[in-house]
Ligand binder design. Structure first.
Ligand SMILES: O=C(O)CCC(=O)C(=O)O
Ligand SMILES: [Fe+2]
Length: 329
């Protein structure tokens, strides 16, 4: 693969992680979010340990009702089952993180398109991007309420990191204010294509190539029986060893993204991950997941307490990352 020189250091690193690598078991911490107000300090300590050691953790008792998660998954499946001509009426517009794309995301790590389609919801940019009620009744209402539930959970987690980093109360919540036109957090529905009729060479591809996320914090909903997510901590050179993150009922899998890594002067780790193809004994069917990306509002200025990096706005930061992933748009 030809190497392109990307502007950000994070991106130049990402071009070196596309290979198969090995596998290794690792412990992904579970964090109990119950009695959040009463246990905030304890939760913050547990989140901090997880985020500084492995960059991934799974929230339990997180407050998003299972029925709401199931309802959103059901709607997502119905959306992707719409005819392509309908979905194509709501296309991803370059640089916006809003709308539908089909096999359009080329990861700098692999140089090939992810084997998936996705539909992204970024609230201020959704004009003309919602399917009509006739096409998919109830979709918008279900997704708006699911978006908000994820936002609220994301802000609880970020508030704990805020506490540990020593920023003022509500620092991150203010910078992810959904009332602002600068809001750019994103709910992404994902459909990884079924492999039932795939050719052997298709299995050499990735459902999602190795990458780190651009955002502050990702909340990921997976379905039991639809695994494939793998993480690899550290960004050292050499053979990488990957760990399966198994979906479990009732958990929300979280990872730190590059924006928060910068904002914490590299203390909180944005960990490499990918979605591999199913193994022969695993389900070959479609895989659905839903990710909520807490991305600071465009006008937020990212700089850590120790000022390790020059300040950059969240807008400029994200644009560089999107440009590197959707070159064709
Ligand atoms: O679908 C998954 O399990 C992971 C998705 C992901 O890593 C992403 O969209 O950034
Ligand atoms: Fe990701």
């Amino acid at each position: 693969m030809q190497r392109i020189d990307y502007g950000l250091a994070e991106l130049n690193k990402e071009t070196t992680f596309g290979g198969e690598g090995g596998e290794k078991e690792r412990h992904v911490p579970r964090i109990d979010m119950s009695d959040y107000e009463g246990r905030k300090q304890e939760i913050a300590d547990a989140l901090w340990t997880a985020a500084t050691e492995i960059g991934f953790f799974q929230l339990v008792n997180h407050g998003i009702p299972q029925e709401q998660v199931d309802e959103a998954f059901a709607m997502s499946e119905r959306f992707f089952a719409l005819p392509s001509e309908v979905k194509a009426k709501y296309p991803l517009v370059g640089g916006t993180n809003a709308g539908w794309e089909y096999k359009a995301q080329v990861r700098p790590s692999t140089g090939t398109a992810d084997h998936k389609e996705s539909y992204q919801i970024t609230l201020p940019r959704m004009e003309k991007l919602w399917p009509s009620g006739e096409e998919l009744s109830g979709f918008k209402a279900v997704m708006l309420s699911f978006e908000r539930a994820n936002w609220a959970l994301g802000m609880k987690v970020l508030e704990c990191f805020r506490l540990k980093l020593g920023f003022a109360p509500d620092f991150f919540t203010d910078r992810h204010d959904p009332q602002s036109p600068e809001y750019q957090s994103t709910l992404r529905l994902l459909h990884y294509l079924g492999m039932e009729n795939a050719k052997p060479e298709d299995f050499k591809m990735w459902r999602a190539g190795a990458h780190t996320d651009f955002d502050c914090l990702t909340l990921l909903h997976q379905r039991p029986g639809q695994g494939g997510l793998q993480l690899c901590p550290g960004k050292e050179a050499g053979e990488l060893e990957w760990t399966d993150v198994e979906p479990a009922p009732g958990v929300v899998t979280c990872n730190i993204g590059d924006m928060l890594m910068r904002w914490s002067d590299d203390k909180l780790l944005s960990t490499l991950h990918r979605v591999r193809m199913p193994k022969p004994h695993e389900s070959q069917g479609s895989r659905y997941s839903m990710a909520f990306f807490c991305q600071a509002n465009k006008d937020a200025v990212i700089q850590g307490p120790e000022k390790r990096y020059d300040p950059i706005t969240a807008h400029d930061y994200l644009q560089q990352r999107i440009a590197a992933n959707f070159a064709k748009h």
